[in-house]
Design a binder for this molecule. Sequence first.
Ligand code: MG
Length: 443
Amino acid sequence: MNTDLALGIGKAWGTYLTKKTTRPKVAIGTDARLSNDMLKNAIAAGLLATGCDVVDVGLVPTPTLQYTVREKKFDSGVIITASHNPPHFNGIKGVAADGTEFSKDVEEEIERIYFSKSFTLATWKQVGKHTSWDGAIDLYIKGILATVDVAAIKKKKFHIVLDCGNGAGSVVTPALLKQLGCNIVPLYCAPDGLFPGHNSEPLPENLTELIKTVPQVGADLGAAQDGDADRAIFVDEKGTYIWGDKTLALGCKYETKKHHGGVAVTPVTTSSCFDDVVAENGGVAVHTKVGSPIVARVMIEQNAVFGGEENGGLIFPELQYCRDSAMSIAKILEIMAKEHKPLSQLIDEIPKYEVYKIKMACPDNIKEKVMETLVAQTKDDPRVKEVDETDGVKLYLADGWVLMRPSGTEPIFRVYSESKSKQKAEEIALTYRKLTEEIIKNQ
Ligand code: MG
C-alpha cells in the first residue's frame, strides 16, 4: 500500500466512473490512521486526473461516508481504512452511488483497468476540482436521530461506557449519545492512528477495561466500535461481553416484530438463533454468501426489514444499507427503552446454541471437486434433511447443522457446526470433517 498504488487506483476508479457519468462527483474520507493523508491525496490526484470532482469529507466512520454519498447524491465514495487491523495496515474501500459497498464485479472492473493501465485521462481543461466539506458528521447524526425514537431513549437517561478504541467512531458517537440524553463514561474516544488504548478488533481480550468499567460505575451497558466504526460490540450491565450473534438476533427480533414479519438477511454462517427469532415473528430468513456487500444487496433486492453479520455488523435499512455501529448503539438503546428490560435479560431471551469451529487442509485446486463430491455423497445420507450450496456445503441435520466452507485466502476448509449441546456440535463437526477428509484423500 503506497502512493503509486493509490494514484493508480484513483486513475482506474475515475476511468470507470467517467465511462458511466460525465463529470462524476466523488466523496473521500478516512479513518484515523497515520498513512491516510498520503493515500487520500494520491487517490484524489488520480480521480482529478480523469476528470472527477473530489470532495474531501475528512476523518469519518465508514457508515458516515456511505450515508453522505447517498444523501448528497455523490456518484461514488472512497474510504481509506483498514477497519480493525493493526496500525501499520491500511486499505481502500469503494462505495457506490446508493451508499452500499462496491460489488465484487465493480471492484474487478476497476482492478482490470488498473492492471491493464487503460486509463482515460482528462484534457488540461477538464481535470477535476478538489474541495472539502465538513458537514458529513452533522448530516449523519441528524439522520440517525430522525430514525430512532429519541424521546423514548432520552426518558431512560441511560448510563453508558463507550469505548471508541481511538477509532473513527470518536468523532461521531459521543456527540450522538449526548443528543440521546445519555450519561457517558468515555474510554479511548480520541482518534489516534497508533491505537494506544488497545487493539482495534473488538474481541473480549481487547475490551478488558470496558468489561471491568461497566459494573464498576453501575452503567446500563457498554459499547465498543472497531477502527472504522461499522461494527459495534456490547457489554451488559453485569459486565458480560455479548458475542455478535446475540446482538444480531436481538436487532432482528425487534425489527421483525415491529414489521410483523418481513425478510431478514444474513450469511449462511450465522447462528440459527437468527432464524428462530425471524420465524417467531412470522418472517422469512434469507441466507447469502459471506460478505457484507452481498448481504446489503440482497436486502435491497428483497426489501428486507433487517440484516447483518455475526461480527457486530448490523444493518438497519431504515437508515441505510450498510453495517453501522453508531446506528446499532442507538437502536440497542431504543430496544432497551421500549422493552423496559436490562440488556442481560434481552440477550437471555435469545435462543441458545452451541457452536463448534475447526478447519482441515485442502489444496485450492481440488476444493470445487471436493464440494461436488460432498454434495453427491450426502444427498442420500438419511441424517441430512437439506443441502444448502449457497457458500460451501451446509447440511441441515435433525439436531443441528454443519457447514464445510472453502477459505478464499488459505488452502483449507473451515468447518462450522451448531447444535443445542456442545457435545453434539462437536460430534457433528468431527463426523463431517472425517467424511470430507476422506473425499480430499481420494481426489
Ligand atoms: Mg470495520
